[in-house]
Design a protein around this ligand. Structure first.
Ligand code: KIV
Length: 271
């Protein structure tokens, strides 16, 4: 029996046991009640209320514009839809980089106003004091290393990170620092699979990969990518499990046709 199937609620302890027992952790993003309910009932381990909401929900080019209030709205909606999975909420750009007091204040708002179970923030040594302060307050923290989209204007591209030894070394050291500071897990985004494997092996806490290869302790995908809602986005790391764009287009076109031809509603669809 796997660790996760017979638990009533996924917790940081369960995630830790899954890593120790070699059971992979499944994580997906969600931003609203209805999808969160489906993903939770399907048995997902973690829902990430990602700041990718800025892209896929609001249509912004980057994750930078989304606000703390908007993240709280999305996260509270997600939490109302779940019974079992663990909910991690992104601290958005500008809500934690100033200082550790600001970071703690934002994390507390997320916990009090959404009912989420943990927060995630991007960066290593730069945010370490904030990670410690938030963890010391009793809030679980997930790190995020490699391609950190809140720094897109510093990177200049969404290309694979840490291919050069200096950046790979910093990532190795940041991962250890985040673990020592009390993080319960780390997202590794778009880094070479060999580096992700090495980091995952060196840590006691689970790593969750996106474009970081199969040796991570778990995987995360943005729901719009996995379900084929966002069809323009086709990076090599993405496995698209559905083509919802096509299916929804077909359904809505049928509906339009039925309305125009007075096929809908029929006798049994009225009072
Ligand atoms: O915001 C997000 O969706 C994320 C994932 C890509 C890990 O941070």
């Amino acid at each position: 029996m796997s660790v996760h199937t017979d638990v009533k609620r996924v917790t940081t302890n369960i995630l830790q046991k899954m890593k120790a027992g070699g059971e992979k952790i499944s994580m997906i993003t969600a931003y609203d009640f209805s999808f969160a309910r489906i993903f939770d009932a399907a048995g997902i381990d973690i829902i990430l209320v990602g700041d990718s909401a800025s892209n896929v929900m609001a249509g912004h080019e980057t994750t930078l514009p989304i606000t703390l209030d908007q993240m709280i709205y999305h996260a509270a909606s997600v939490v109302r839809g779940i019974e079992r999975c663990f909910v991690v909420v992104d601290l958005p750009f500008g809500s934690y980089q100033g200082n550790s007091k600001e970071a703690l204040h934002s994390a507390i708002r997320i916990m009090k106003e959404t009912g989420g179970h943990a927060i995630k923030l991007e960066g290593g040594i730069e945010v370490l004091e904030s990670v410690k302060r938030i963890v010391d307050t009793g809030i679980p923290v997930m790190g995020h290393l490699g391609l950190t989209p809140q720094s897109i204007y510093k990177f200049g591209t969404y290309n694979v990170r840490a291919k050069e030894e200096a950046e790979a070394d910093k990532l190795r050291s940041d991962a250890l620092l985040l673990q020592e500071a009390g993080s319960f897990g780390i997202v590794l985004e778009k880094i070479p699979a060999t580096l992700a494997a090495e980091v995952s092996k060196s840590l006691q806490i689970p790593t969750i990969g996106i474009g970081a290869g199969g040796a991570c302790d778990g995987q995360v995908l943005v729901m719009h990518d996995l379900l084929g809602i966002n069809i323009e986005f086709k990076p090599r790391f993405l496995r698209q499990y559905l083509n919802l764009y096509e299916q929804i287009t077909g359904a809505v076109q049928l509906y339009i046709k039925d309305v125009k031809s007075s096929e809908f509603p029929n006798e049994s669809e009225q009072y």
